[in-house]
Design a protein around this ligand. Structure first.
Ligand SMILES: Cc1cc2nc3c(=O)[nH]c(=O)nc-3n(C[C@H](O)[C@H](O)[C@H](O)COP(=O)(O)O)c2cc1C
Length: 190
């Protein structure tokens, strides 16, 4: 089983990076092959809404997103990790999400599997936010669910923590890293 982690924070080794690392460690210790893509290190241009992907499901923009498409296709499990930025996903994450329009096109315009085959894929959302109030993560979760539905990825839940602002503070949150580790183990169960 191959587990792909998409690290969406621009802050390296910050809170979501730490949670993602634990999820992937849990998956790896359960026998999964894990791979991490750091979105802030890639050059990904925004979707231009040119609709050229409606013809063959292929995005005409030749940048690092082409490698992300390949990794998504190889993956059995996807862990999307992004802190909240203005209630939503980070810019680095959202630009990647929007470029999945070509995969949306495969599913809804061309009626072919968006990720090339019909194997069961599951996905999880990992996030933190500095604020603390009920339903803090709902807008971001809605975006993640919209992405996963378009890519035929079953939503396998989220690992989210509110009130976490300073870099590294997730390590001080009782039980947080352990919860992430267990979620990674569970994600690999068939
Ligand atoms: C541009 C920006 C916008 C943010 N917007 C929110 C927000 O809307 N809600 C919230 O709870 N936290 C917000 N935060 C705080 C981050 O989610 C928080 O600092 C988080 O711990 C960062 O995680 P990281 O270390 O993985 O980057 C924002 C931070 C930045 C830099």
């Amino acid at each position: 089983m191959r587990v792909l982690g998409l690290a969406g924070s621009p802050r390296r080794n910050g809170n979501t990076d730490k949670l993602l690392a634990e999820v992937l460690r849990g998956a790896s210790n359960s026998g999964a092959e894990v791979e991490t893509i750091v979105l802030s290190e890639l050059q990904i241009a925004p979707c231009e809404n040119c609709d050229s992907c409606f013809e063959a499901g292929i995005c005409k923009i030749d940048d690092d997103m082409q490698d992300v498409y390949k990794e998504l296709m190889l993956a059995d499990r996807i862990v999307l990790a992004s802190p909240l930025h203005f209630m939503g996903l980070t810019a680095q994450t959202k630009v990647m999400v929007d470029r999945c329009q070509s995969l949306w096109s495969k599913k809804y315009k061309l009626h072919i599997p968006p990720l090339g085959d019909e194997k069961i894929r599951k996905g999880m959302f990992v996030s933190v936010g500095g604020q603390r109030f009920p339903n803090l993560f709902q807008p971001a979760i809605a975006t993640v669910k919209a992405l996963f539905i378009s890519l035929d990825i079953e939503y396998a839940g989220e690992v989210v923590f509110s009130g976490i602002d300073k870099a590294g503070n997730i390590s001080l949150e009782p039980g947080a890293l352990g919860k992430a580790y267990l979620a990674g183990q569970k994600l690999t169960e068939s």
